[in-house]
Design a protein around this ligand. Structure first.
Ligand SMILES: NC(=O)c1ccc[n+]([C@@H]2O[C@H](COP(=O)([O-])OP(=O)(O)OC[C@H]3O[C@@H](n4cnc5c(N)ncnc54)[C@H](O)[C@@H]3O)[C@@H](O)[C@H]2O)c1
Length: 254
C-alpha cells in the first residue's frame, strides 16, 4: 500500500480526475480529506472511497475563497491530526481569447486555478513542516505549456500553476516537502462534456477532432492521470521535485 497511513487532501473530487485520484488513493491505504464545491457529488465520491475501505471526510468548500481553502486543512487536522499530501485538482475552465475575455473572466479562472491552489497549499504547509515531510501535486495541463486558439485565460492560469509549483518546490525543500505538477492531455470527464455541449458537437465528432492531436491517437481516462499523481504523492518519488510530468499521450510532441 503506497499511501498507507498518509493523510491526503484532494480538491475537486466530485467528478472526473479528482474522483479517480480519490478512489486510487483509497485503494492504496490513504486517509482522505475530500473537497468539492458541490456537496452531492462530493458525497458520492465519499461513499465510493469509504466502500474501498478508506477513512475519509468531506470538506465542502469553494477553494477560491480563503476561508474555504483554510477550512480544508482545518478538517484534516480535526479528523486526522496531520497532513502528508495535497493534490490541487479543482479547476475553473473559463476558456476565452484575449479579445473576448473580460476582467471578470480573468478573475474567475485565476481565483480557482492559481489563487485557490496557492491558498489550499498555504494552509496545509504548517502541518507538513511540523513533520518535516510532505508532497504537493498540482494538476496543471498540457494547456499550460502550449498555445491553443481561444484558450488564453485557461492556458495562462495553468502556465501560472507551473511556475508557482517550481517556486513552491524551492521554498519548501528545506522541510523535505516536494512539489510537482501533473499535466494531463485531453481526458474524458464532465469538463469534456461541457466543452462538447458548448461546441454543439456529438461525442464522436469532438473525439475525432481531439484524439489525433495525441501521439497515442486517443483520449485519456481519469485513472490514467490518477496513477501518475499517486506516484508523485508517494515515497517512490522521493527524489522528484519541481517537476512537470506530462501525462498527455504525447500531445505536446506531436
Ligand atoms: N479533462 C481534461 O481533459 C483535462 C485536461 C488537462 C487538465 N485537466 C485538469 O484536471 C483537473 C480536473 O479536471 P476534470 O476534467 O476532472 O474537471 P471536472 O470539471 O470534471 O471536475 C472538477 C471538479 O472540481 C470541482 N470544483 C470546481 N471548482 C471548484 C472550487 N472552486 N472549489 C472546489 N471544487 C471545485 C467541481 O465541482 C468538479 O467536481 C483540473 O485541474 C483540470 O484543469 C483536465
Amino acid at each position: 500500500m503506497r499511501l498507507e497511513g498518509k493523510v491526503c487532501i484532494v480538491t475537486g473530487v466530485g467528478a472526473g480526475i479528482g474522483e479517480a485520484i480519490a478512489v486510487r488513493f483509497a485503494e492504496e491505504g490513504a486517509r482522505l480529506v475530500l473537497n468539492d464545491i458541490h456537496r452531492p457529488n462530493g458525497q458520492r465520491t465519499l461513499a465510493k472511497v469509504r466502500d474501498a475501505g478508506a477513512a475519509a471526510v468531506l470538506a465542502v468548500a469553494d477553494i477560491a475563497s480563503e476561508d474555504g481553502a483554510r477550512s480544508i486543512s482545518e478538517a484534516a487536522i480535526a479528523e486526522f491530526g496531520q497532513i502528508d499530501v495535497v493534490v490541487n485538482n479543482a479547476a475553473d475552465f473559463t476558456q476565452k481569447n484575449i479579445e473576448d475575455a473580460t476582467l471578470a473572466d480573468w478573475h474567475k479562472v485565476f481565483s480557482v486555478n492559481v489563487f485557490g491552489t496557492a491558498m489550499v497549499a498555504k494552509y496545509a504547509i504548517p502541518a507538513m513542516k511540523a513533520r518535516r515531510r510532505g508532497s504537493i501535486v498540482n494538476i496543471a495541463s498540457m494547456s499550460g505549456v502550449i498555445a491553443q486558439a481561444d484558450f488564453a485565460t485557461y492556458n495562462a492560469s495553468k502556465g501560472a500553476v507551473l511556475t508557482l509549483t517550481r517556486c513552491m518546490a524551492k521554498d519548501l525543500a528545506p522541510w523535505n516537502i516536494r512539489v510537482n505538477t501533473v499535466c494531463p492531455g485531453c481526458v474524458v470527464t464532465s469538463a469534456s462534456f461541457r466543452e462538447i455541449e458548448r461546441m454543439g458537437l456529438t461525442f464522436e465528432q469532438w473525439s475525432s477532432q481531439v484524439a489525433p492531436g495525441h501521439i497515442l491517437n486517443r483520449l485519456g481516462e481519469p485513472m490514467e492521470i490518477a496513477n501518475p499523481v499517486l506516484f508523485l504523492a508517494s515515497d517512490e518519488a522521493s527524489f522528484i521535485t519541481a517537476e512537470h510530468l506530462m501525462v498527455d499521450g504525447g500531445y505536446v510532441w506531436h
